[in-house]
Design a protein around this ligand. Structure first.
Ligand code: FPP
Length: 232
């Protein structure tokens, strides 16, 4: 969700005003996904590296996460949304950690859109955590190195119970993955747009979906093979 700062600067506003406008864009994106029956939406809200931002911005972002969560959780619950968080939460305040736990508990039984929020998340962190856990199992003899397959590694990585993302959208004109879901994005279609995140609305979402529909997913196969299996 890139471009909040630039959106604010263009208007002579403090960066946090861009993040607040970003929350509105989150709401719109959630509505579009729910309406379209999209099963999972994962938002990159705060990366492992975002701690390097000015202390004041980090503090205000934490407050914004807290207030947005408290304000939105009931409505999300009433609309069948299941909230999940991924990332290393230990540096968050106890209050924010409690709100995250409460929001997950409150919406756990919902069957609609799964809304995953990645906070203090990094793809490298995720893979490193998986390696650490596997190494412990190897060390105590529960797993032998020959049993370490991509499937086994996947089972230790966040969101292992969900399908890999079909579509990745990055706003704000950058063409990078920036340590997002590194493991998961192996075959994801990557969509980059100049649109700043606070300006990203249903029309922009539709445009990204229309682009996605033009993509042929080959997963290593040839076009001919894919076309043959589609025709079958
Ligand atoms: C990147 O834009 C944005 C962030 C680091 C924060 C994203 C957070 C939100 C949209 C708040 C709401 C989230 C939830 C889930 C409630 P940037 O600041 O790097 O923008 P710039 O590239 O223009 O400086």
């Amino acid at each position: 969700m890139d471009g909040n700062g630039r959106w604010a600067r263009k208007r002579g506003l403090p960066r946090i005003a861009g993040h607040s406008a970003g929350v509105e864009a989150v709401r719109r994106a959630v509505e579009v996904c729910a309406r379209k029956g999209i099963e999972v939406l994962t938002l990159f809200a705060f990366s492992s590296e975002n701690w390097r931002r000015p202390k004041q911005e980090v503090g205000l972002l934490m407050e914004l996460f807290m207030t947005s969560l408290q304000q939105e959780v009931q409505e999300l619950r009433d609309n069948g949304v299941r909230l999940r968080f991924i990332g290393d939460r230990h540096a968050f305040s106890a209050q924010l950690q409690d709100s995250i736990d409460a929001a997950q508990r409150l919406t756990a039984a919902n069957q609609g859109l799964t809304l995953v929020v990645a906070v203090d998340y990094g793809g490298r962190w995720d893979i490193t955590e998986a390696i650490r856990k596997i190494a412990r199992h190897v060390a105590c003899g529960d797993v032998v190195p020959e049993e370490i397959t991509p499937e086994l590694v996947r089972s230790y990585i966040s969101l292992n119970d969900l399908p890999d993302p079909d579509l990745f959208i990055r706003t704000g004109g950058e063409r990078r993955i920036s340590n997002y879901l590194l493991w998961h994005l192996a075959y994801t279609e990557l969509y980059f747009t100049e649109c700043l995140w606070p300006d990203f609305g249903p029309q922009q979402f539709e445009a990204s979906l229309a682009w996605f529909c033009t993509r042929q997913r080959r997963f290593g196969q040839t076009s001919e093979q894919v076309e043959q299996s589609e025709g079958a």
